[in-house]
Design a protein around this ligand. Structure first.
Ligand code: FES
Length: 113
């Protein structure tokens, strides 16, 4: 028998680098949405993947952009993506992650010029 085929998805743990604060992200839940659900003051503006102010660097762990209209290449430089930077309002962690983000700061609205 192959048990892995029907493995139930579990929530993943998100750890904020620097403060050590943690919160849980449900399967297929957007990183920033999970942060808001748990009253984490994540930097943001548009919430729809067009301003870039929610970006954060994934220090450890993996994730994906689900079928979203967001194209991170329009908001992030290739070097930033290579270094683990993501658009948190459009990105879903698929493993436990450690993320570098300045909680409580106003994001840099790169896309809104
Ligand atoms: S809040 Fe604007 S891109 Fe995420």
């Amino acid at each position: 028998m192959v048990f892995g085929l029907f493995k139930k998805k579990e929530p993943v743990k998100v750890t904020i680098k620097g403060t050590g604060e943690t919160f849980m992200c449900n399967p297929d839940e957007l990183l920033m949405k999970a942060a808001f659900r748990q009253k984490v003051d994540w930097p943001h503006s548009c919430k729809v993947g067009s301003c870039g102010s929610c970006r954060a660097t994934i220090v450890e762990g993996e994730g994906k952009y689900p079928s979203s209209p967001c194209d991170p290449t329009t908001l992030l430089h290739k070097e930033e993506m290579d270094n683990g930077m993501v658009i948190a309002c459009q990105w879903v962690p698929t493993t436990d992650v450690t993320v570098d983000v300045e909680i409580g700061k106003e994001g840099d609205k790169r896309g809104m010029v």
